[in-house]
Design a protein around this ligand. Structure first.
Ligand code: 3PG
Length: 406
């Protein structure tokens, strides 16, 4: 059983009673009469061939309260898209697949690009962005959740818990973030969350001074979790980074647009495991090195927008402060692992910290050299002012891809 600690910044929902999924779903079905619910699944075609997604789809097929499922499919050719249509056809809920690499969506993307409104670099952020556009166009839901497709420990109670705070009409929340402990195979996982983001947030406060924004980010127990949910109208006004800074970027946008009383986090699972990426970029996706660089850049760019003066000298101080903090945290995790009878490999952990230290310097350097690079993807409200019919056209393209000839 979890504790019932509240940090005083945002609301924390814990799993105190291990309430059954059936009991939660019964209530969710009732809520769905007033607040219809959707789900966005950003996916790579390769995930359709992996072990996790098959189980996720089987679990989702049993969910009785979902109005719509929007699947963003990246890196799929025509045959793979047709395979995906078949793969997801067992879902009884209304569902649509966005074939991001297909000719219809690519043509729309090219039009947006001419106005500088396209999320140029491919990645999860871009995939999610198009799915949010479709969700707004479809206009069938009042709240929408999002989760990754590589969760090997998925069970549908995670989704019910994630959506509950938004679905309950008696609650005032606009945004909800999932948290859990990433413990699997007898060890602590979540290397970037544990060894980069946690100590970096503390170090930023030390180097640049106290900030309510950093307090807010630090109050999330798993700021990098890919599981979050919001009221659908929130999607209109948020600008997200197109890369691995997506999760932190979304938290920052929520901070800018809503009060902390409208923000909550919920414990969604007892244990969680997912696909692990290598530290360095030897698998073509950039590994944790690219991920950490994107995350640090997203944080730095946000701090700059808040008037924090970022200089090369301060990055060197930040690097040294982070390194000390990270080693201290590592020792704490070592003790945590030992007491819980888990393995702890100090060499692997320290190698990760060294890589993250370099990522901080590299991200700082990129920020100084190219302050305008990696801009946020524009909000849908801006895109609609340039292309008033864009949402209908995305909707139409997706309908044709899903129901017609491709
Ligand atoms: O959450 C994280 O820190 C990253 O996604 C890496 O996770 P992993 O260490 O569990 O692979």
């Amino acid at each position: 059983m979890s504790d019932f600690y509240q940090n005083g910044v945002i609301t924390n929902f814990h799993n105190l009673t291990h309430r059954s999924v059936e009991s939660l779903e019964k209530e969710m079905v009732r809520f769905a009469r007033k607040r219809k619910m959707g789900l966005i699944l950003p996916s790579l075609f390769s995930e359709l061939e992996g072990p996790a997604l098959d189980n996720i789809v089987n679990e989702l097929a049993k969910v009785p309260y979902l109005e719509e499922i929007v699947i963003g499919l990246d890196r799929a050719d025509r045959d793979q898209f047709l395979f995906a249509r078949e793969f997801f056809s067992r879902l009884p809920q209304r569902h649509r697949i966005l074939w991001n690499d297909g000719p219809r969506l690519k043509a729309l993307d090219a039009e947006l690009d001419k106005e500088g409104l396209s999320p140029s670099q491919p990645g999860k952020g871009r995939n999610v962005w198009f799915c949010t556009g479709y969700t707004l166009a479809s206009d069938r839901t009042q709240c929408v959740a999002l989760h990754d497709c590589d969760i090997v420990t998925y069970e549908r109670g995670m989704l019910a818990r994630l959506l509950y705070p938004l679905a309950n009409p008696a609650f005032q929340y606009e945004f909800c973030k999932g948290f859990y402990a990433r413990v699997a195979d007898g060890k602590l996982n979540g290397r970037v969350g544990r060894l980069l983001v946690g100590p970096l947030l503390r170090s930023l406060q030390k180097v640049y001074g106290h900030s309510e924004y950093l307090d807010y980010l630090s109050s999330f127990r798993y700021p990098l979790s890919g599981e979050f949910a919001m009221r659908t109208h929130v999607l209109n006004g948020i600008k997200i980074p197109g890369d691995w800074g997506l999760e932190i970027g979304v938290l920052s946008e929520i901070y800018r647009n809503y009060t902390t009383r409208q923000t909550c986090q919920v414990e969604i699972a007892d244990n969680y495991d997912h696909k692990h990426q290598p530290l360095a970029e030897d698998d073509g996706t950039g590994g944790l090195k690219r991920m950490s660089n994107d995350i640090v850049q997203s944080l730095l760019r946000k701090l700059a927008t808040m008037g924090v003066p970022l200089t090369s000298d301060s990055f060197r101080v930040l690097k040294a402060t982070y390194y000390r903090n990270a080693l201290d945290m590592m020792e704490i995790y070592n003790h945590e692992a030992t007491m819980n009878g888990l393995k702890f490999d100090q060499h692997i952990e320290e190698a990760a910290v060294e890589m993250f230290t370099q990522a901080i310097l590299d991200a700082g350097q990129s920020f100084i050299e190219r302050p305008n690079e990696k801009p946020f993807i524009p909000s849908w409200s801006r895109v609609q002012s340039a292309f008033p019919d864009i949402l209908q056209r995305i909707y139409q393209a997706v309908e044709e891809d899903n129901n017609g000839n491709v």
